[in-house]
Design a protein around this ligand. Structure first.
Ligand SMILES: [Cu+2]
Length: 114
């Protein structure tokens, strides 16, 4: 009977260790600022599952879209001044961010596998 209390903490530590090893890496969020004619690339190195939050610092609306390497396009819809749009990165590989309204806007980065 006295063995059970002594074993119990050990089992808990084992369970906790298994849980920590099995837990997926936490997703990160990267902030990207948009101005009138450019998206400021902060030199991000995101992974699949991470989130990019685009903050519109311009006094004009933008409508950003992401193009993945396989041609998949994700549109973030119209983004009025002062608003933030978030995009969760779905695929590894090269991604290009452009604006439907202002073709001069362009930002590129690579997404690492999770
Ligand atoms: Cu724009």
């Amino acid at each position: 009977m006295a063995m059970i209390p002594r074993l119990f903490p050990g089992v808990l530590v084992l369970l906790l260790g298994t849980f920590l090893l099995a837990a997926p890496a936490r997703a990160e969020e990267f902030e990207v600022q948009i101005h009138h004619t450019e998206v400021l690339n902060p030199g991000i190195s995101p992974r699949v599952g991470d989130v990019l939050s685009f903050v519109n610092h311009a006094e004009i609306a933008h409508n950003l879209y992401l193009t993945y390497e396989d041609g998949t396009v994700v549109t973030l819809d119209t983004q009025p001044p002062g608003t933030t749009k978030r995009a969760m990165l779905k695929q590894a590989g090269h991604v290009i961010v452009r604006c439907w309204i202002h073709p001069i806007i362009r930002m590129e980065f690579d997404v690492a596998p999770h």
